[in-house]
Design a protein around this ligand. Structure first.
Ligand code: UT7
Length: 435
């Protein structure tokens, strides 16, 4: 199942044009102060001495079709729908049932949706950061596989490992790159297939997690707002509380690690619960302080969607933020780790909960132990545009061309691998051939 939101105008603010289709070159929205993000076709390039801001200009998500309800779980482990709903708030989760669905393929779909909303061609992207707790491999990075799938040929790509806090960590990295002037467009993705590392015989964990991906495109802008502050934290003394013990260098995969289930998620749920409840409230207070905002200035909190009781005990009770200002969708997806906040962001936009000028807080926690929060002054319009058939066709053609180019490169490498000599290992001759 794919969900996409569309956006009427390009939000490229660096004065260059995108290849995404016809654009009026004008930004429709306001940041609540009557200021308009600059149009890309008609505006001059950003003044290098002017302040830069990191705005979220595209968003999208993708979850697998297959849904597993609490009642389905009752048939495979000793659990009850009533227990899961009352202890966690979760009613169902999406699971990547097909082997062809991986963290990268889910991430690619989410990223395509985000680029579509922003109407930005993949070649404009400077950097792809994929936060994931269930990467495709130890290496190469899932981000590199996503980069290839998008045909984002001008982008650097890396994975970010901070467990469920990873998406907010990655937003903070994206902001840093943009404010430093190193990037104009950064794709930030949270992508997970946690069902592949969950022990489906362990009722304490298998009921909690789900699969999915969410993505945002962060763009350099001269419009004040966007990602305004972030707080990142870590306490490695709690590393053993939530971990996949085997498969890394500390405990390489072996017959023994596989037979003892060492490659599955292990968690001390109660300890993580206590930590999460404290840290969600503390991180929110800290980041609001950094942004110069009070609790009363917050329009919407999008917390990591792990457990409704954690959200109630921290955001609602400790911070006294009213329920209507806290977005929750964990009943539909379970805990999708790095994907939970961007999926919730997309659904909050769909639900009409986000408007230009709003102050948002994203706050998460996870293995590490880690925590992270950021504030966002939302500054772009969220209205749905009319999708034109030719824009859609152009997009499809772009991705088909990217797939063909990737296949061509692989084929050329295979051919060169048949010949001895320098070019076999990626020397000058092959590089020239690959372009
Ligand atoms: O992104 C970060 C990911 N991690 C988290 O967010 C986890 C945070 N922790 C939690 O959300 C909660 O601690 C859990 C939902 C994992 C557990 O809830 P709890 O209220 O802390 O339950 P508990 O672990 O104290 O267990 C209470 C009872 C135990 O039985 P006994 O010992 O009282 O007889 C468990 O064995 O519930 C039992 N139990 C279950 N019963 C039915 C544990 N899991 C299940 C289950 N179905 N799935």
């Amino acid at each position: 199942m794919s969900e996409q939101q569309s956006q009427p105008s390009e939000r490229n603010t660096n004065g260059t044009s995108s290849n995404g289709g016809s654009n009026n070159g004008h930004h429709n929205g306001s940041n609540g102060k009557g200021e308009q993000p600059s149009s890309q076709a008609s505006s001059p390039p950003i003044n290098p001495f002017a302040p830069r801001y990191a705005q979220i200009v595209g968003w999208g998500y993708h979850v697998p079709e297959k849904v597993i309800t609490n009642f389905d779980l009752e048939k495979i482990v000793d659990t009850q729908d009533e227990w899961i709903r009352s202890r966690t708030g979760i009613e169902q989760r999406h699971v990547a049932a097909s082997p062809s669905e991986t963290s990268a393929t889910l991430g690619i779909q989410a990223a395509k949706a985000a680029l579509e909303v922003a109407d930005i061609h993949p070649s404009k992207v400077d950097l792809i950061i994929c936060a994931t707790s269930s990467p495709e491999h130890i290496f190469p990075s899932t981000a590199s596989i996503i980069q290839d799938g998008l045909g984002a040929n001008n982008a650097g790509a890396f994975d970010l490992s901070a467990a469920c806090s990873g998406f907010v960590y990655a937003l903070s990295m994206a902001r840093g790159h943009i404010l430093a002037g190193d990037a104009e467009y950064v794709l930030v993705i949270g992508a997970e297939t946690l069902s592949r590392i969950v022990d489906w015989t362990d009722r304490a964990t298998c009921v909690l997690f789900g699969d999915g991906a969410g993505a945002v495109l962060v763009a350099a802008s001269d419009v004040p707002g966007g990602i305004t502050a972030s707080v990142l934290g870590s306490d490695g003394s709690g590393a053993d509380l939530l971990t996949v013990p085997a498969g890394g260098s500390a405990m390489p995969s072996s017959l023994e690690t596989v037979s003892s289930g060492g490659h599955y998620i292990k968690m001390d749920g109660t300890a993580v619960f206590r930590f999460a409840t404290r840290v969600m409230a503390d991180a929110t207070r800290q980041v609001l302080g950094k942004a110069g905002l009070g609790i009363e200035d917050v329009d919407l909190v999008i917390p990591h969607q792990a457990n409704i009781r954690i959200i109630q005990n921290s955001v609602l009770k400790q911070l006294k933020i009213p329920e209507e200002k806290v977005f929750v969708n964990l009943q539909k997806y379970g805990n999708t780790s790095t994907a939970s906040i961007p999926i919730a962001l997309c659904e909050a936009i769909e639900a009409g909960k986000i408007h230009p000028g709003n102050n948002l807080v994203f706050v998460g926690f996870g293995a590490g132990l880690t925590w992270a929060a950021c504030t966002i002054k939302w500054s772009v319009p969220v209205a749905k545009p009319d999708e034109t058939w030719w824009r859609n066709t152009a997009r499809q053609a772009t991705y088909q061309a990217a797939a063909a180019r990737s296949m061509w490169k692989r084929a050329i490498r295979r051919v060169y691998s048949q010949f001895p000599g320098e070019s076999r290992w990626g020397g000058r001759k092959e590089e020239n051939e690959l372009g």
